[in-house]
Design a binder for this molecule. Structure first.
Ligand code: ADP
Ligand code: MG
Length: 213
């Protein structure tokens, strides 16, 4: 598929709920090591609520899908991740205002999401947060867009970069969020928010490739 439409957006939400449920315990374990152990629980509760709302509302544009996700995550996911992901999806909704997304649209949408996370959480690359997955994902999507690739290729590159970014948080010492309370002891663990970001972007790419619905 060279461009993505509202069906992709809806299927991404469904795949997100599935992937978060599947990895709930992994995310809890990551957060237990350097936080309070609720990240998997928080996201699972959030995306379960999103799924229910999606079935009730049947949004007809990509922007409406993302707005629904944003509002539901903000009201059901507590902690740091709820407002951060909520803002990300809200900004993504504003960026994705047309009927379809090409590679440049994907890059802009991801860039807007990252902008929301940074505006809200003030984290920089290297602080060991979800920004360390989002930031390389945006760069990778932009590169695909610049070289004339498809929307699906942009998402695939973003997912790969986010996975690498999440892996690269392992040696880092946290400077933001709950993990920063641990100081040096936060090193040698993967950041849970970076890992959930990698999972969500992989789901987006898989759905675009027709692999996960
Ligand atoms: P809490 O830390 O309140 O328990 P969660 O466990 O749901 O919330 O989410 C923790 C994740 O949120 C972290 O792994 C990190 O990726 C992300 N995070 C925390 N603070 C920030 C911040 N200021 N900026 C970006 N991401 C952050
Ligand atoms: Mg937590």
């Amino acid at each position: 598929m060279t461009t993505l439409d509202v069906t992709w957006a809806r299927d991404w939400v469904k795949a997100s709920a599935a992937v978060v449920a599947e990895h709930r315990v992994d995310l809890i374990d990551l957060d237990r090591a350097i936080g309070d152990g609720d990240h998997g629980e928080n996201l699972d509760r959030g995306f379960t609520a999103v799924l229910r709302k999606l079935q009730e509302a049947e949004p007809e544009t990509i922007a409406d899908v993302f707005t629904l996700v944003a509002k539901t995550l903000m009201s059901t996911v507590g902690g740091a991740a709820g407002p951060l992901y909520g803002t990300a999806y809200l900004r993504a909704a504003k960026a994705a205002d047309g009927q379809s997304l090409d590679a440049a649209g994907v890059a802009d949408m991801l860039d807007a999401a990252l902008g929301g996370i940074v505006a809200r959480g003030k984290a920089e690359v290297g602080d060991k947060t979800m920004v360390d997955a989002w930031s390389p994902a945006v760069a990778a999507a932009k590169e695909v867009a610049t070289s004339g690739g498809s929307a699906g290729a942009a998402l695939a590159a973003a997912a790969d970069a986010a996975a690498q970014g999440a892996l690269d948080t392992e040696p880092l010492v946290a400077r933001k969020g709950r993990a920063s309370y641990l100081g040096q002891r936060s090193a040698n663990h993967r950041d849970p928010g970076a890992q959930s970001t990698a999972l969500l972007l992989r789901a987006a790419a898989d759905v675009a490739a027709g692999g996960r619905r």
